[in-house]
Design a protein around this ligand. Structure first.
Ligand code: CA
Ligand code: CA
Length: 313
C-alpha cells in the first residue's frame, strides 16, 4: 500500500507538480486529507478571519501512476472512505443560492460530531453519507485551482463519488498526477447554501491504467448506474454536455443505436445537479445498467463494434 500524508497538499492541479508518491497500476493508495479549511476551523471559536482563503480546498497528492500516459484513462476504485470525528457546517453571505438571504450577516459556523455513521446536529442525528468533493488529475494546459471542476475532475462535488464507486478520469500528462481532498460527511444535492459537512479523513483508492480508451471527461460507475459528470459556467451548458456525453457513451461504448440510446435517456436517464456554488457548475447524467444490458441483449445495437475491454481494469 502506498501512503500519502497530508504534509503533501496542492491548491491547483498542475502538470509541473512534483509527485508526492509513486504507484503501480493495480496498487492501492491511502491518502490522508484535510477538510476544505485545512483544519483551521476545527478550533472552538475560530472564525473566517482566522482562515486564509489561499489555503482553501487542499488536495493531498499528487500521486504519479507509473505507465499512465496522455490519452489513457485512469480507473480509480474507491475502496474505503473514512471521515474524521468532527465536521464543519457554515452559512453566510459570501456564496451560494442563499447569498442574499444572509447578506451582511456574520457567518455561522457549527462543529458537528460524527460518530457511528451519524452526524449530530444539536441532538438531531443525520445519517452520514461520506463522499469525495475534490478528486482529479493534472490537466493538459494551465494549472486549474482546486476550487474549480473541469474535465480533469477537481472540485466536482458529486455525491456519487463515494465508497464502492469507480471513477474514470482522462489522463493528460505522464503519470496522471492524482490528488484528493475536500471530503464531506454528507452533502445535499446541489450544495446550494455553500458547503457540505466539511471533514478530514482517509481515502483508500485502487488505481489502474486503461490504455488509450479515449474518454475526455469524467465518468463513474457503481453497482446500478453509469454516470457522466460534466461542467459548465452555467447549468444549461453543463446539463447539455452531461446528456450528450452519456448519449455518445451509450452509442460508441455500449453499442446501442442512436434512437434506442436517446429513448433510453428519455425513459430512465436522470439528470442531476451536483453543485451550483463552485466557479464552474457540475451536473451528472445517470443511467441504469440493467436497461442498457436489456437493450444490448435484445439486439438494440448500432452494429458498431463495442469496445468490450473499455471498463476492464
Ligand atoms: Ca467542494
Ligand atoms: Ca467542500
Amino acid at each position: 500500500m502506498v501512503k500519502v500524508t497530508r504534509d503533501h497538499v496542492i491548491y491547483a492541479f498542475s502538470k509541473s507538480d512534483k509527485p508526492a508518491a509513486f504507484a503501480e497500476p493495480g496498487q492501492c493508495v491511502e491518502l490522508e486529507t484535510y477538510d476544505c479549511y485545512r483544519g483551521v476551523m476545527l478550533a472552538e471559536g475560530s472564525t473566517f478571519r482566522d482562515f486564509d482563503r489561499c489555503f482553501g480546498n487542499p488536495a493531498t497528492g499528487p500521486v504519479y501512476i507509473n505507465g499512465a500516459m496522455p490519452g489513457d484513462t485512469l480507473r480509480i476504485e474507491i475502496k474505503k472512505l473514512e471521515v474524521g470525528p468532527v465536521g464543519i457546517l457554515d452559512i453566510g453571505g459570501s456564496s451560494g443560492a442563499l447569498k442574499e438571504a444572509f447578506a451582511g450577516r456574520e457567518p455561522v459556523i457549527k462543529r458537528l460530531s460524527v460518530k457511528d455513521g451519524m452526524i449530530d446536529y444539536e441532538g438531531i442525528l443525520v445519517p452520514a453519507k461520506p463522499m469525495i468533493g475534490v478528486i482529479g488529475v493534472a490537466p493538459a494546459g494551465e494549472p486549474v485551482g482546486t476550487l474549480t471542476p473541469m474535465d480533469h475532475g477537481g472540485n466536482m462535488d458529486c455525491t456519487r463519488v463515494e465508497e464502492g464507486a469507480v471513477l474514470y478520469l482522462p489522463v493528460s500528462t505522464e503519470g496522471a498526477l492524482l490528488s484528493v481532498g475536500d471530503l464531506h460527511a454528507v452533502m445535499g444535492e446541489g450544495e446550494v447554501a455553500n458547503c457540505g459537512v466539511e471533514i478530514e479523513g482517509h481515502v483508500e483508492l485502487k488505481v489502474d491504467v486503461l490504455k488509450q480508451t479515449g474518454i475526455t471527461y469524467p465518468m463513474l460507475e457503481n453497482k446500478e448506474q453509469w454516470i457522466t459528470i460534466a461542467y459548465g459556467s452555467a447549468l444549461d451548458e453543463a446539463s447539455g454536455k452531461a446528456a450528450v456525453q452519456m448519449f455518445q457513451f451509450l452509442c460508441k461504448k455500449m453499442g446501442l443505436g442512436e434512437v434506442d440510446a436517446g429513448m433510453l435517456l428519455d425513459m430512465a436517464g436522470d439528470l442531476m445537479i451536483c453543485q451550483i456554488v463552485n466557479p464552474m457548475k457540475t451536473v451528472r447524467m445517470e443511467v441504469p445498467k440493467w436497461l442498457v444490458r436489456c437493450m444490448q441483449d435484445r439486439g438494440h445495437g448500432s452494429g458498431a463494434a463495442v469496445q468490450d475491454d473499455f471498463w476492464k481494469g
